[in-house]
Design a protein around this ligand. Structure first.
Ligand code: E4P
Length: 215
C-alpha cells in the first residue's frame, strides 16, 4: 500500500518525507487556498521534496480548458498528476491526456459506476471520497470494496486512492481491503504513529536503563 499525504503544507510534507514513508501527495483547490505564496512555486517545491506523484487539480468546466490547464500544470514537474473531476467533460479530458501519457487522478468519485467510467477513460488514479460519503450516513468503505472487486474482475490498471480520510480506522480498513493508495491528512498520519503504550514503554525503559548504567 502506498501512503500519500493529503495537504499542500510544505512543513507537513517535509516532516513526513523525513520519516522515509511518503510515497506521494494530493492537493486540491481548498488545500491550496489554505497556504500562502504562488501555487506553481509551491507545487514545484512539493515535487522536489516528494519525488513521487503529486496531484494538482484543474478548475474548468469544459474538457478543452481542462486539457490546456493540465498540460500547463504538467510542465511544472515530471511528478505532477492532474486531478480532474468526475464529470462528462472530465472523462473526455482524461481520454485526451491519457493518449499524451499525462497521468491523471479522477477525483470526487462517489459511486462504483462513476469509478468504472473513469477506469474506462484511462485514469491513472481514481479518488473515491469515503469520508464525505460517511458524512451523509452511508458506509464510504463499501465503495472501496466494490471498486477493488470490479477493477480486479477486469484487470483495470487504474489505481484506487482512498481519499477524504478522517481517522486512522479508515486507513486500517483500506489496507485490509488491499487499496492501492491511501491519502492521509497530516493529523491522521500522526495519529497512526502515536500509541500511548509506546510512550509509557519508552519512559519505563529509560528509567530502568539509568539503574543499569549507574551500577
Ligand atoms: C484527496 O484527493 C481529496 O482532495 C481529499 O481527500 C478531500 O478530503 P475532504 O473530504 O476532507 O475535503
Amino acid at each position: 500500500m502506498k501512503l500519500f499525504l493529503d495537504t499542500a503544507n510544505i512543513e507537513q510534507i517535509r516532516e513526513v518525507a523525513a520519516l522515509g514513508i511518503l510515497d506521494g501527495v494530493t492537493t486540491n483547490p481548498t488545500l491550496m487556498s489554505k497556504e500562502k505564496g504562488n501555487y506553481r512555486e509551491s507545487l514545484k517545491e512539493i515535487c522536489d521534496i516528494v519525488r513521487g506523484p503529486v496531484s494538482a487539480e484543474v478548475v474548468a468546466e469544459g474538457s478543452e480548458e481542462m486539457v490546456l490547464q493540465a498540460r500547463d500544470l504538467a510542465k511544472i514537474s515530471e511528478h505532477i498528476v492532474i486531478k480532474i473531476p468526475l464529470i462528462a467533460e472530465g472523462l473526455k479530458a482524461v481520454r485526451v491526456l491519457s493518449a499524451e501519457d499525462v497521468k491523471t487522478n479522477v477525483t470526487l468519485c462517489f459511486s462504483a459506476n462513476q469509478g468504472i467510467l473513469a477506469a474506462k477513460a484511462g485514469a491513472t488514479y481514481l479518488s473515491p471520497f469515503i469520508g464525505r460519503i460517511d458524512d451523509v450516513g452511508q458506509p464510504g468503505m463499501d465503495l472501496i470494496a466494490d471498486l477493488i472487486e470490479i477493477f480486479e474482475n477486469y484487470a483495470f490498471a487504474t489505481q484506487i486512492i482512498v481519499a477524504s480520510v478522517r481517522h486512522p480506522l479508515h486507513v486500517l480498513e483500506a489496507a485490509r481491503l488491499g487499496a492501492d493508495v491511501v491519502t492521509v491528512p497530516h493529523k491522521v498520519m500522526m495519529q497512526m504513529l502515536k500509541h500511548p503504550l509506546t510512550d509509557v514503554g519508552i519512559e519505563k525503559f529509560n528509567e530502568d536503563w539509568k539503574k543499569v548504567i549507574s551500577r
